[in-house]
Design a protein. Sequence first.
Length: 825
Amino acid sequence: MASSLAERFRLSPRWQARLLMALVLYLTLFGGPVVNLVFGLRVFHHALMTLLIGGWLVTLLRRREPLPATPLDWPVAAQVIVFALATAFALDPRISLEAFWRIGLHTLLFYLIVDLMRRHGHRVMLEPVLFAAAAVSLIGLIEFASWYLGLPWLPMFRQGWLSIGGLAHPIPPVIYRLGFTMSGPTALSAYLGLVIPVGLGWLIATRSTETRRGLVLWLIAALVVQGLSFSRGGLLSLAVSLPSLGALILLADPARRAQLGVWLRDWRVRAALAVAFALVLAFGLAWMRTGLSDRRAGDTERLDLWRTGWRIGLDDPLTGVGPYGFGRAMRSYRDPKVTDDRHRTADNYPLTVWAEAGLPGLLTLFWLVGAIAWVGYRRWRGAEGWERVRVAAICAALLGFGVHNLVDAFTDTPHRLPGLVFAAYLVMPFRPEPRLWGGRLRRALPGVLLALVVLSAGGWAVADLAHYHFSRAVALYDRDDLEGALAEIDAARRIDPAMGYYAVQRAQILGELAAADGSYLDQALDAYQTALAFEGTFDLSHANYAALLAQSGDPRAALDEMQQARRINPREPRYTFWVGMFAGAAGEETTAREAYLEALEMSPAWVGSPFWEGTPLRAASRNAFLQAQGAEGLPLDALAALPDVCWPFAPERWAASAEAADLECRGEVALRFEDDPASALPWLSRAIDADPAYPRGYVARAEAYLALGDREAAERDARTAIFLGDGHGYYVLGRLAEAEGDLEAAIEAYAAGGPLIVQPQNWDVTVYMRRGSLFPLPQLDAPGPSRYDFASWMALAGLYTAQGRDEDARVVYDAIHALDPYFSE
């Protein structure tokens, strides 16, 4: 009966191909970090992968077959064993266990792919990979069109260029970097850099006219999207893989080398090469226009990551810090002034393995790479005709991807899946005698693996149930239902007590409760002690703990905690500001004055805040800052409107400079301090000419045009500023709409022109593979955006008041006060 049911529900080959296509597309688009951030997708992914791998293992057991034997078995097994040991001795075994599951998943996917390709041919997997790459390229082109045209397909593009420049000026001042599909330009370029050589190889080798046409379109789209990612790593990958492909093709066939000489003597080929050179030159010019050609800050950060990875491995050379442990360990080794929280790897895959699995991990990695290289060489030498071109394309793609991983590290499924398929293609014809798992052990391996898959499914059921309560807690917390959030996060901790992030989120919730009700203070203090015991390098936990200590009446302990937060993250000006506050409360006036001065240097827009009028110490600190910056006696609101680059205040130096920022600062002086918009225009125009991608210059020039009554020019510059990412342009658009009597348009523009406040939450994803809701506690207040930044919302409140909509105006003012408790109406 079982066999008859299996026959009855067996899918046709066409439907099997469709499902496989859908699976590869899903893993490509949704198999990356987003899986860990969306609860429903997370559960679906775990269930799908369990059913996929488990179903395949059951099939092997029913057929009484072992895992497919390949020449890579020994190094693959060694690497899995090494990472298992690294997980057992990890810095955080709970998180490393989740990461090890992904390593095991990729390993079993490799053998599943080998099995499929040996049974059904290489097209069964290569076609879905190329189809998924086509989808990635198509989405990239849609992303570019949304940016250029301002289409509502993607929410981050509020203003297109075509409506600004029109056909007369179709080229915008900056070219957008594509990256939406893979959550970033670097990841997108790595993926396309891996698949493009394979697509090119199949294009060369195919004899079908229709297939050739399709692959030409595929290749053009992929190359365009790759170019628009503006990633040096992607270019490096192609710079290695494409010449390698050409060299392997020429080495394989002397006749082709002779044919190449004939082609190079053809004027049409020379013309095509000239066109290609022109395109490369145009791309280089476009690259320069993006402002991305100078990436010294990124290179400095990468060097610090390399040093960090090396030092982590030196301190634990036998087992490392465990899979996914780099992001946590990095925080104790990095230079915090250079490297931020978002890095999960050392931007170098061998160094990442060295840090996470020690010397054994590095040795097994080199063993595996050497085995793949040897298999690739054997496959290339043994292939004939057009098949050798395909093998050359696979080898070249893997070589380029490997080189790219020397300056980045790509461990997520969307990048690993094509690599697994390409490696499986290389090992397809090689069926070595399976000495690794001989006799009964080898035959029992699918059953053992199936038991482990079932065990992991049980583990995920528990973890995902806890994650469900965690997600509920975050949702309730964001809706200000703190009691409900506390109950949910307590449930999550009971189910999964080893998950440290739940302790951090619980502390956040209790801290908020303590702000409103002092009876929760002791619980909140205990909760932060627990959270810091799990992970003591999170700056925000130290800052919030400091706030609770201050609330409990211990300003000196609060000062110590806040100084620790500042040491961990010295780039956050609020920590320095709060050091000043707590030092003042503790009676350490010298420390407070130094901290206030440093905070103002980091965030000079705070100079206009009424906070500084609260005590003589604060007023003296601001006066000392203004004197040191050459801005003593100048209007505070005008000073607060200056960009950070305009400090220290030096109009004479700016006037003698040719730098865009300096010229813009000189124009700001004419506009805001001299009240002379006509004199400001030449300075601002020179700033824009020096750097057409400098948005603040367009904002200031739009305000100058508005003051002079040139409405058309004001609107054009305001929209250009918005296109370049500066929301201050909405204030000008609102003023224009209000002057025309279009109050609805004015309200819409003013509402969109408020300050965008983002609380970075890279730490939680980097350390715990989760995204919660963590913010400074209400007990911590600091000056917010300047009155200039609030100008759009203030105009909106004024418009509401003029219309008699006092309640709406109050909502706007409440939003302003939420961002700046010191704001005065």
